[in-house]
Design a binder for this molecule. Structure first.
Ligand code: MGD
Ligand code: MGD
Ligand code: SF4
Ligand code: MO
Length: 711
């Protein structure tokens, strides 16, 4: 009989077929990859209950990166002239260890920084956190989730005592009478998710979308609230104001399951409809319409994504929407609740197992003495040896080359030269670092600044687990052996640890052993994986955490009876709307907002290398309203220069009445002169440390002939 763990590896028409998951977004569509690797083909897995066989264009072409000619196959060293020369693994490891030790001897342990990412498997994210703290002894580790869903995570923790993006299975969306989708362009960022909105509509459900732009997501909406960028907290407060006025709240739920409502009630009294219309640009009548739709529904789901979260007041925005969910008694009820649509493949798991500056595995706080003792015990070190909290991602990048800052850097799974806000400044900082190592499978823009680049295996060449948008832990399977000359991230970390004299703490023969240790480390934590095993994931189509023992079935739905707060109640938070850090003025008269398009992924390292995706989206478009374009004499398709207080970039204009007249939009997947992040504002949310990617002030003009030619 076939081993359970291998039941998903079959032969079809003589070809080797492996069930696995997409390397890109948090939906983690189930797919089959059929070999041999030179002719790998991908098909949707119709049996996987999240995507039910559907995928998007990125998933269909995900095999292209495995065979790509630009793939890194040997460690590289940057030479004095800026060129890269291949070196052996022995040389690479020895150089890294020597330089790391030099940096720490000269500037102290915390002069070494580590940056991880939400595309790393749980095993790798866990190991990276342990590597930073045990092998390097630095407190300075953070990851790109800071730029992603950290505002929603902070808000979820504050309100519910726990942060799991969706506290219910995704299929619940189809059952809800009303869904409100806030700052999400799901039809481009998670296309197969739309099947749940489609069936929700077929059942007579209604969809409200809150976005300054009309997108393909808003096409199917019953109501589209085209708000002024950066005004979500005012909008949410205004909706709650009307719900109170119209007596549409669930007072029994408020009384039995929540605390601090009275303060919120007093606060939203100040957000009367006329005032909210002035701030948000949403007509009063629409505010009433939406409040009634939500308040009168028997079931409703409130979902936020990056539009509302990537702001200086991102945490407050989310809290103000959560207030509505609590006031209507939605959280923990059937086909109802609040959720955050997490973005990256392992954006959920990546935020649970210790690659975050203030966190230990199992979603434990690094400042909690009991958590420290537990983790030190699992790792076999003294609690005093465990560093404390470090800087958040943007703050770490800012501190590079500064006195008392970061002088050595190791990057695994992020490309901040493209994805960090105020990118020109970050690039400048990275040029001053004494020594930088980047592990990647391509020479990303960040890798191009590294002293040593380490080639690593890709998604289909290694085993591991990921935790999807629903908090469901899944298995990525190894479909092909990796090129012989490269190693996995985990193996690289173990080799480095050994060379640093810490090999005894890193003795794993395979990822499964790392997972078993992670499960033990997470035991008793909020994100408890103790009862999850590779076999159980196999048997149950994934396991929802928390899952505390082998007998525990996992927890698809959270908060049904109580909240994991000391009182067992969820907490309301009074939120005062604040203007964005930068508002349009005479010099920079428009709002700039940034985001994504269907055919490119993130910093583009992977998808800009896929021919079929580049054919669809070869360069960024700057979306501008025709009336606004006319004011500046800009015609469709011509080069436009966009300038903010941080820098300029060049884009082709796309005239479209889907956007507000006072706002322009550009996607951030490109680099150089097409980099949206040369423009963005790094103002940080004080609680989540999330940058304000979604709002800043910008000026546009027709590009001069000379600057246009440089594109
Ligand atoms: N194709 C593709 N899919 C992806 C990704 C990708 O790079 N490409 N990345 C993945 C990742 S990591 C993430 S985080 C998700 C992100 O997924 P989404 O959050 O859906 O994507 P974004 O395009 O960043 O932003 C969503 C919307 O927010 C709107 N918005 C801008 N300003 C505001 C505002 O002030 N308020 C409100 N309410 N809305 C506003 C924008 O107009 C945009 O349509 O996508 C995932 N999926
Ligand atoms: N203006 C603007 N900027 C944004 C955003 C926005 O909406 N607007 N969104 C932000 C958000 S939500 C996010 S999530 C970030 C994402 O931005 P990044 O963190 O830069 O995202 P990726 O392009 O996924 O970068 C991952 C890098 O690691 C490599 N990689 C992928 N998987 C692995 C792996 O398993 N191991 C190793 N070693 N390397 C790997 C890839 O090749 C790539 O070079 O961008 C943020 N930046
Ligand atoms: S929706 Fe996300 S997980 Fe599914 S195929 Fe597209 S990128 Fe991959
Ligand atoms: Mo993200």
């Amino acid at each position: 009989m076939q081993n359970i763990a291998d039941s998903q590896i079959t032969r079809v028409s003589g070809r080797h077929r492996v069930a696995t998951h997409c390397p890109y977004c948090a939906l983690q569509c189930g797919m089959h990859i059929t070999g041999p690797r030179e002719q790998a083909t991908i098909t949707g897995n119709i049996h996987f209950p999240v995507n039910n066989g559907r995928m998007c264009i990125k998933g269909w072409h995900a095999a292209a990166t495995l065979q790509h000619p630009e793939r890194l196959l040997t460690p590289l060293q940057r030479m004095a002239g800026g060129t890269f020369e291949p070196i052996s693994w022995e040389e690479a490891i020895a150089t890294i260890v020597e330089k790391f030790q030099q940096v720490q001897a000269r500037y102290g342990k915390d002069a070494l920084g580590v940056l991880g990412g939400g595309s790393l498997t749980n095993e790798k994210a866990y190991l990276l956190g342990k590597f930073a703290r045990v092998a390097l002894g630095t407190s300075q580790i953070d990851y790109n989730g800071r730029f992603c869903m950290s505002s929603a995570a902070t808000a979820g923790m504050a309100a519910f005592g726990l942060d799991r993006g969706l506290p219910f299975p995704i299929a619940d969306i189809a059952q809800a009478e009303v869904v409100i989708l806030i700052g999400s362009n799901a039809a481009e960022t998670m296309p197969p998710l739309m099947q749940y909105f489609e069936s929700q509509r077929q059942r007579g459900g209604q969809l409200i979308v809150v976005d300054p732009r009309a997108s393909i997501t808003t096409h199917g909406a019953t109501v589209h609230l085209r708000l002024t960028p950066g005004t979500d907290a005012a909008l949410a407060n205004g909706i709650l104001h009307i719900l109170i006025r119209e007596g549409l709240l669930d007072y029994q739920y408020i009384q039995q399951r929540t605390s601090d409502f009275e303060r919120v009630k007093a606060n939203v009294a100040l957000y009367w409809p006329e005032r909210v219309e002035r701030i948000t640009g949403i007509p009063e009548a629409q505010l009433f319409q939406v409040a009634r739709m939500l308040g009168e529904a028997r079931s409703a789901i409130i979902l936020t994504a990056r539009g509302a979260e990537q702001q200086r007041q991102g945490v407050h925005n989310v809290l103000s929407y959560i207030n509505i969910a609590l006031a209507l008694g939605l959280v923990g009820r059937p086909a109802s609740g609040y959720g955050c649509l997490t973005g990256q493949g392992n954006g959920q798991g990546g935020r649970e197992h210790g690659q975050k500056a203030d966190q230990l595995p199992g979603y434990r706080r690094i400042t909690d003495p009991l958590a420290r003792q537990h983790i030190a015990g699992v790792w076999g070190i003294a609690e005093e040896a465990l560093p404390g909290p470090g800087r958040s991602a943007y703050e770490m990048l800012e501190a590079v080359g500064q006195p008392g800052g970061i002088h050595g850097l190791m990057i695994m799974g992020t490309n901040p030269v493209v994805s960090a806000p105020n990118a020109l400044h970050i690039q400048e900082r990275l040029r001053t670092v004494e020594f930088m190592v980047v592990a990647d499978f391509f020479l990303s823009e960040t890798a191009q600044l590294a002293n040593i680049v380490l080639p690593t295996t890709q998604w289909a060449e290694e085993e591991g687990t990921i935790t999807n948008v629903e908090g469901r832990v899944l298995r990525r399977r190894c479909a092909f052996t990796a090129p012989q000359s490269i190693y996995s991230d985990s193996k690289i970390l173990c080799m480095l640890a050994a060379a640093l004299g810490k090999g005894a703490y890193f003795t794993y023969a395979e990822p499964r052993q790392i997972f078993e240790e992670l499960a033990r480390a997470s035991a008793g934590g909020l994100a408890d994986y103790a009862g999850i095993s590779y076999e159980k994931i196999e048997e149950q189509d994934g396991v929802f955490w928390p899952c505390s023992s082998a007998e525990h079935p996992g927890t698809p739905r959270l908060f049904q009876e109580r909240f994991p707060t000391p009182s067992g109640r969820a907490r309301f938070h009074a939120v005062i709307h604040q203007a964005p850090d930068e508002e349009p003025d005479a010099s920079y008269p428009l709002y700039l907002t940034t985001g994504r398009i269907l055919a490119q992924y993130q910093s583009g390292t992977q998808t800009r290398r896929v021919e079929q995706l580049n054919a669809v989206a070869p360069h960024p478009w700057l979306e501008v309203h025709p009336t606004t374009a006319r004011t500046y004499g800009i015609t469709d398709g011509e080069q436009v220069q966009a300038t903010t207080r941080r820098g300029s970039a060049l884009f082709r204009a796309k005239l479209t009445s889907t956007i507000r007249e006072d706002t322009i939009f550009v996607p951030f997947h490109w680099n150089g002169q097409q980099s949206a992040n040369r423009l963005t504002n790094p103002a940080l949310d004080p609680d989540s440390h999330m940058p304000e990617f979604k709002v800043c002030a910008v000026r546009i003009e027709r590009a001069s002939a000379s600057s246009a030619m440089e594109v």
